[in-house]
Design a protein around this ligand. Sequence first.
Ligand SMILES: Nc1nc2c(ncn2[C@@H]2O[C@H](COP(=O)(O)OP(=O)(O)OP(=O)(O)O)[C@@H](O)[C@H]2O)c(=O)[nH]1
Ligand SMILES: [Zn+2]
Length: 190
Amino acid sequence: MSEQNVNKEQIEHAVRLILEAIGEDPNREGLLDTPKRVAKMYEEVFSGLKEDPKEHFKTIFGEDHEELVLVKDIPFYSMCEHHLVPFYGKAHIAYIPRGGRVTGLSKLARAVEAVAKRPQLQERITSTIANSIVESLDPHGVMVVVEAEHMCMTMRGVKKPGSKTVTSAVRGILESDAAARAEVLSLIKS
Ligand SMILES: Nc1nc2c(ncn2[C@@H]2O[C@H](COP(=O)(O)OP(=O)(O)OP(=O)(O)O)[C@@H](O)[C@H]2O)c(=O)[nH]1
Ligand SMILES: [Zn+2]
């Protein structure tokens, strides 16, 4: 998606106000371009806000493969919606296609990008990806596992660096079939 959905002028104005509010001088040399840089950065890190991850699953190959597909260790960076600081980690996406609805592998990573690049909660990233795969591909089953470190828990607040949050969303036969679910988990860990 294009990165033109933010009002850069408004962000620049707001950043100047924040700099003033923390007691800085937005007119000192080192900070002169900071509002502009932050606006450009927000344009990039929030570029998925209006993007529908399902758009990416329109690429479908009529491949007769009704067995597990797992794309693991997809790195992502997102922004915690409570503090607007980063949380980042890896997403693992497994699905069992049905009826030839096999999508491009990169599309799974593109869906992660779309969902991560907005103010987020880890749980919502996880369930949105799982639901969009179900709605687009109607597979036999889906499992999404996301592991992340939240900077709002490490650099501030409770200050627990190294702590990891793991979330999962399971749909279809992977929900009812414990052995298949265990296989996915062991492949993720391997
Ligand atoms: N469930 C969930 N919580 C999150 C996520 N990201 C941040 N949080 C939490 O959101 C909560 C916000 O709590 P508040 O009490 O409203 O805010 P706060 O005073 O800044 O909280 P502390 O972080 O405990 O200092 C914190 O417990 C964060 O750890 C996330 O992706 N999912
Ligand atoms: Zn937070």
